[in-house]
Design a protein around this ligand. Sequence first.
Ligand code: NAP
Length: 252
Amino acid sequence: MSIRLLIVAAVMTASAFSYAPSVLADLIAVIGTGRMGAAIGPRFAETGHTVIYGSRDPAQEKVRALVARTGPGTTATTNDDAVEKADIIVFALPFAATEELIKSNQNEFAGKIIFDITNASLKALTPDHPDAVESSAGQIIQEWAPKSFVVKAFNTVGYHIVGDPSHASGPVTVPLVGNSGEAKMKVAGLVQAMGFETTDSGTIENAHVTEGMAHLYFIPLARREFDEAFEYYFRKGTAPTGVTAKQIRGTD
Ligand SMILES: NC(=O)c1ccc[n+]([C@@H]2O[C@H](COP(=O)([O-])OP(=O)(O)OC[C@H]3O[C@@H](n4cnc5c(N)ncnc54)[C@H](OP(=O)(O)O)[C@@H]3O)[C@@H](O)[C@H]2O)c1
């Protein structure tokens, strides 16, 4: 057992439901090498972490090029192997593929963070869509991997902005939802290091709220009114000078 796994095992024995951030550098698995995987992997490496990509075919040319672009220490392997090796796992996959991978690796998630960027569709909006759910992708992933610490982040941000936040022409705030305060702090650190602000938006039950932001985007996208890039962002604002929060609430 590696030193990293020993530490995680000791922490899990001490407290089954509390995430303890590791003092070691993070080994982050990015599963899927499409738009989001290829955007987020190099950002993790730039900010000091080691990336292991998971792919259906780790030897394919696009994966080899991504490994080279991500930099020294980066590797690529199968999805199952990447899940097993890493402490933090990002599923940059279609939702149905995420389900299959979690269910076939049930024992690999205990004590690990699932950095959940996924967006499922919504049965109420698209009843016939194969990825449609009734609650939210975040809640369902937490149910599939109950001993993991799911933190939903970045599902509201387009891949091109994850790759380069300056394309958003202003600061972008990333809402985080998850049940473990410690895991959210850990993910907040990763996201902030990439140049984003974060806000704690509550427990994983609120994933339907942040996923709703994506659904707002899917509706015009399906009508071909938007192109494929997200073009609206959650951004912390400033109240007009002289107006207090009490006045806005109408209690002054
Ligand atoms: N695109 C965005 O701007 C954006 C923004 C926020 C959130 N998201 C969410 O991020 C997730 C990934 O989106 P994406 O835009 O990166 O998708 P994508 O460009 O289609 O890439 C998905 C990757 O997943 C792997 N994959 C595809 N089909 C698979 C299957 N049946 N089984 C296993 N692996 C499969 C492939 O990587 P390999 O060839 O290496 O296996 C593929 O490149 C989705 O849940 C999406 O909702 C996307």
